[in-house]
Ligand binder design. Structure first.
Ligand code: ADQ
Length: 448
C-alpha cells in the first residue's frame, strides 16, 4: 500500500504532533495511524522574504509520519491566509457575502501560494502516493499539482459549508475556482446541502466533477474516557465547587462570527429577562478563545461580545452571582471534556457551521444515567444527524430563551430518551469512519 499524503494549510506544531487539539488534527490522527504518511503544509512561521525568496522544506519524522513544512513570507501570510482565505472565502462559504473584503491582488497571492505548495510538494512525492488535500485555503492545489504532471489520485475535502451558486458567484472568478476542481478524483463535503450546492455550481459552470458527502466525527471512545477520568482533576473539582449545585450551561467555540455568539448572548439575555425564576440559580460558562485576531471583523466581534457580556453581567448580576463567565482564552482539552460532563446544557448555536464537533463531543462526554441537554442550531452541519437535540433557529433570541428554560426544567426521562437517540450516531460516524471512507473512495476512484 502506498503512502497517504495529507496537505493542509497548517501542520500541527512539533510539540502538538502527538497530542494536538483542534478539529483537523484530532480527526486525522486516526487516519495517520497506519501505513507511512507525509503531512505537508505551512509551518505557522512568517519570515521577511525578498525578491526571488524560495522557502526550504523542513522535514521532521514522528513515528510513521513525516511532517514537511515551509515558512511563508509576511506578504504571503497576509494575502493568502488572512485576506483571501479568511477575509473572502470564509465569510462567503458561511453565507456572509457582505463581510467579504475582495481585492484582486489577494486572489493572485492565493493562486501563487497554492502554486508554491505544489512546487514544494512535488519533489517529495513517490510512486503509489495518494494525496488528500484539506479545506478552502487549498481549493486550486490539485490543479496546480496536475499542471506539474502529477498523476497520483488526489482528493479534496471541504471542512466548511459550500453556499448555493447564486451566492458563491458573488466571488469574482468563482467559476474559475470551480473549474480547477476537475483535477480531483474525489471531492468530499460535510452535508447533503453542501453537496447539492457544489454540484449545482459544477453543472451551471459546466464542470465535470461531483461532490460527495463524508460527514466528519470525533473519537468518541477517547473523549468519553477523558470526560470521566478528568472528573478527579483539581481544576474540574474547582469548577464543580464554584457551581454550588446550580445547573450549568456551557458554550465552547472559537471566537468567530459564524458561531453565533452575539445572537447566543442575546438569547441568554432574553432568557434572563423572560424567565426571572432562573436568575441567580444557573451558571453559564462561555469559552471563546480569540481566533484570527488580526482580521478586522474578528476584532469588531470581540468588542461587541465584550460589550454584551458586560451589559448582561451589569444588568442581571448581583454581588454574589455573575450571569456569564466569559473566557477569551482556550481551556486545555483534557479539562474541556470534563467541563462538558459537568454541564447540564450545551449551547451550540452557530449561524452556519461545516459540521461542529463540539455538539458531538458534548454528547460523547455525558453520563448515560443522567445526561445533559444539547441545544443545537438548525444551521450546524451536525443538525441532520442530531435532530433529537433541542433544535433552534439561532437568529431568534426568544427561541433560544425558551429552549434554555425547557432544557433546565426537562424531566430526567426525556433527557435520557433524547440522549439515547443522539449517542449512537456519534459512535457510528467518527473521525475514523470519515477518514476510512474518504481514503477508500480515493483508492477506488483511481487505483494508485
Ligand atoms: P472549527 O470551526 O474549529 O472547525 P469545530 O468543529 O467545533 O469548529 O471544532 C473545534 C475543535 O476545537 C473541537 O474539537 C473543540 O473541542 C476544540 N475547541 C473549540 N473551542 C475550544 C476552546 N475554547 N478550547 C479548547 N478547545 C476548543 C472546522 C469547521 C467545522 C468542522 C471542523 C472539522 O468550521 O464546522 O466541524 O472544521 O471538519
Amino acid at each position: 500500500m502506498g503512502r497517504l499524503v495529507v496537505v493542509s494549510n497548517r501542520v500541527p506544531a512539533a510539540q502538538g504532533r502527538l497530542q494536538s487539539a483542534g478539529g483537523l488534527a484530532v480527526a486525522l490522527r486516526a487516519a495517520l495511524k497506519e501505513g507511512s504518511c507525509l503531512w505537508f503544509g505551512w509551518s505557522g512561521r512568517q519570515v521577511a522574504g525578498h525578491d526571488g525568496y524560495d522557502p526550504e522544506v523542513s522535514l521532521d519524522e514522528v513515528g510513521n509520519v513525516t511532517y514537511a513544512t515551509i515558512d511563508l513570507t509576511h506578504a504571503e501570510y497576509d494575502g493568502f491566509y488572512q485576506k483571501y482565505s479568511n477575509g473572502i472565502l470564509w465569510p462567503l462559504c458561511h453565507y456572509r457575502a457582505g463581510l467579504m473584503n475582495y481585492d484582486r491582488k489577494d486572489q493572485k497571492i492565493y493562486q501563487d501560494v497554492n502554486a508554491l505548495f505544489a512546487r514544494k510538494l512535488l519533489p517529495l512525492l513517490q510512486p503509489g502516493d495518494r494525496i488528500w488535500i484539506h479545506d478552502y485555503h487549498l481549493f486550486p492545489l490539485g490543479q496546480a499539482l496536475r499542471d506539474l504532471g502529477v498523476t497520483a489520485p488526489i482528493g479534496f475535502f471541504l471542512h466548511i459549508p459550500f453556499p448555493p451558486w447564486s451566492l458563491m458567484r458573488a466571488l469574482p472568478h468563482a467559476d474559475g475556482l470551480l473549474r480547477t476542481m476537475q483535477a480531483y478524483d474525489v471531492i468530499g463535503v460535510q452535508t447533503e446541502d453542501d453537496a447539492r450546492n457544489m454540484n449545482d455550481g459544477f453543472s451551471i459552470v459546466g464542470v465535470e466533477a461531483k461532490a460527495r458527502v463524508f460527514p466528519i466525527g470525533i473519537d468518541p471512545e477517547n473523549f468519553a474516557k477523558q470526560a470521566e477520568e478528568g472528573l478527579t482533576h483539581p481544576d474540574v473539582k474547582k469548577l464543580k465547587e464554584s457551581l454550588s449545585g446550580k445547573p450549568f450551561i456551557i458554550g465552547v467555540d472559537r471566537l468567530d462570527y459564524s458561531k453565533g455568539l452575539l445572537a447566543r448572548f442575546k438569547g441568554y439575555e432574553t432568557f434572563l429577562a423572560r424567565y426571572p425564576e432562573h436568575r441567580g440559580k444557573v451558571d453559564y460558562l462561555q469559552v471563546a478563545p480569540v481566533s484570527r485576531g488580526n482580521v478586522p471583523e474578528y476584532r469588531a466581534l470581540r468588542r461587541d461580545l465584550d460589550e454584551a457580556a458586560g451589559r448582561i453581567n451589569g444588568t442581571y448580576g448581583t454581588y454574589d452571582w455573575t450571569p456569564i463567565r466569559y473566557l477569551t482564552h482556550p481551556v486545555p482539552r483534557a479539562l474541556l471534556a470534563s467541563f462538558y460532563r459537568l454541564a447540564d446544557v450545551a449551547l451550540v448555536t452557530p449561524l452556519r457551521d461545516g459540521m461542529n464537533l463540539v455538539a458531538k463531543e458534548y454528547v460523547a462526554a455525558q453520563d448515560k444515567a443522567d445526561p445533559g441537554v444539547l441545544i443545537l442550531s438548525h444551521f450546524a452541519g451536525a443538525a441532520p444527524e442530531m435532530e433529537s437535540a433541542l433544535m433552534v433557529n439561532p437568529h431568534d433570541a426568544d427561541e433560544i430563551a425558551d429552549a434554555l428554560h425547557k432544557a433546565l426544567t426537562m424531566p430526567a426521562g426525556e433527557r435520557r430518551a433524547r440522549w439515547d437517540l443522539l449517542e449512537p450516531d456519534v459512535w457510528r460516524v467518527t473521525a475514523v469512519t470519515w477518514a476510512y471512507n474518504f481514503i477508500t473512495a480515493l483508492s477506488e476512484a483511481r487505483p494508485a
